[in-house]
Design a protein around this ligand. Structure first.
Ligand code: CO
Length: 494
């Protein structure tokens, strides 16, 4: 058998185990009884290790290099390129170090939970120090050109560097803090999403909005979990979860649409790519661009609420007395905030910048783990103008560091920037506000399908963005989007 075919078969074989693993994960977060937790973690650990060992075996390496000689079509060449990248990166880190990483991060999660409960960073610091040391070693093994942190960014956003980020962040920060100051001087809209909302009705509404934007319920389902997520079990089975708050309808509504955006991306990845390394999203940032696009650009637009208000009334009569304008303004309340996950489109990227500065310094030995809370408060004051009262609403709020996921946060920011740039490109082909006002999302979805979803992981994010929008990353699109939207929401001029 030709090596290329053998390679594809092998990947599809491995992906059967990954499917089983994902199903176990999904079940763990949604339905598993509490006492199953300990054993489930064991089973997941064994399966993960097995998959990792298959993906990084010497036999796999041989197959990839042989297949490289046979690859002729663009898609096969992309497959081999992506496979080689993943393989070589993984092989540069010895299995013992991955083992240590898994062990210490598992411990760190437990310690983080306790420290967060007690709101005391010093309880978390010694364990986090161990994790940071391992992550630094991984970065050294993986390698980089200019900055050690680049090795980590590259995991989540291939090709993204400290140089790229340092080029855009100061300008973006100045712009956003300026917008925030202007908005603060205007009157804050009343939040019409606050009240008493039956949970069963909220559940039905979540299904409805997903259907409306084009999510295929024959190829997925929605459940409840503590933290919303999207998970791909296999082709034809892309699931989402959400969370509910009886007093705040925004809480479930926008996280459902957010996960819906991730799921539409996954449902649009071609069947013949599935199971192969190219059968995935292009990067974390591109994935996040799709979720943010549906959550913020579509569902927080005035056009959307003109269309959706009558639908909303079917579920909650209380909205009969509310205008589409009020719904739209309530979706776009901006305020200085301490918690990233509760922040709005203006402040979100400022939250990311704080984490980025800290991670970059830590990984480059310019700062000690024990100095994080102090640095956090300093940056919070500088970017947001407020200081957390305790570690729980400060440096302990995110789970990412206990997972060892350094380099992940910037992909959230990239998602926001990509989404706005993609939006400007889409508007050249699609009459956005008209189709949204009609609730006709098909045109938007097929545009995204053709330009982004159908490409899987064939292109690197930089190349994909250039193909879709005709230019490389340009923050003007995001800044223009913010300016236009919030000048209308708050009736001010920038
Ligand atoms: Co997301």
């Amino acid at each position: 058998m030709p090596a290329l075919q053998e390679l594809k078969d092998k990947y599809k074989w491995i992906s059967s185990f990954s499917s089983a693993l994902e199903l176990l994960h999904w079940d763990m977060e949604t339905h598993m009884p509490k006492k199953g937790g300990k054993w489930r973690a064991e089973i997941i650990g064994v399966l993960s290790e097995f998959i990792q060992s298959q993906q990084t075996s010497g036999e796999m390496g041989k197959l990839i290099y042989e297949a490289e000689k046979e690859a002729k079509s663009d898609i096969d060449k992309a497959l081999v390129r992506v496979a080689k990248r993943d393989y070589e990166r993984a092989r540069r880190v010895p299995p013992e170090l991955w083992g240590k990483f898994a062990l210490e991060t598992a411990k760190a999660q437990r310690v983080w939970e306790e420290a967060r409960e007690k709101s005391d960073f010093s309880l978390f610091a010694p364990q986090l120090e161990k994790v940071v040391d391992i992550v630094k070693e991984i970065a050294e093994r993986v390698g980089y050109e200019k900055n050690r942190y680049d090795a980590l960014l590259d995991y989540f956003e291939p090709g993204l560097t400290v140089e790229d980020l340092d080029n855009i962040i100061p300008k973006l920060q100045e712009f956003l803090t300026g917008v925030l100051e202007r908005i603060e001087r205007s009157e804050k809209p009343k939040d019409v999403f606050i009240g008493e909302f039956d949970l069963e009705k909220q559940r039905e509404l979540s299904r409805r909005v997903l259907e409306v934007i084009g999510y295929d319920f024959d190829a997925g389902r929605i459940d409840r979990s503590a933290h919303p997520f999207t998970i791909t079990i296999s082709h034809g089975d892309i699931r989402v979860t959400t969370r509910y708050d009886v007093h705040d309808l925004k809480y479930s509504f926008f996280s459902t649409v957010h996960e819906g955006g991730h799921a539409l991306y996954e449902q649009g990845i071609p069947e013949d790519m599935r199971g192969l390394p190219i059968g995935d999203g292009a990067s974390m940032g591109i994935h996040e661009s799709q979720s943010r696009f549906w959550e913020n650009i579509v569902a927080r637009s005035h056009s959307f609420w003109k269309f959706f208000k009558p639908v909303l009334e079917e579920y909650f009569e209380v909205f009969k007395g509310v205008s589409s304008e009020d719904l739209w303004r309530s979706s776009n309340i901006v305020e200085r905030s301490l918690i990233r996950t509760e922040s709005d489109e203006v402040t979100y990227n400022l939250h990311i910048m704080i984490r980025y500065e800290i991670e970059k310094s830590l990984i480059n030995d310019e700062m000690k783990v024990s100095d994080i809370p102090q640095m956090w408060n300093k940056l919070m004051e500088k970017y947001m103008g407020i200081t957390p009262l305790n570690d729980k609403e400060g440096a302990l709020q995110d789970i990412h560091w206990s997972h060892g996921s350094f380099g992940y946060f910037p992909s959230y920011m990239m998602g926001n920037l990509y989404a706005a740039q993609i939006y400007d490109a889409l508007k050249r082909d699609v009459d956005f506000s008209s189709v949204v006002e009609l609730g006709d999302f098909e045109e938007i979805l097929s545009w995204l399908r053709e330009k982004i979803h159908a490409k899987g992981r064939v292109l690197e994010p930089k190349q994909l963005l250039e193909n879709v929008t005709g230019e490389s990353l340009n923050v003007e699109h995001f800044m223009g989007y913010i300016r236009e939207k919030f000048s209308k929401v708050y009736e001010i001029e920038f």
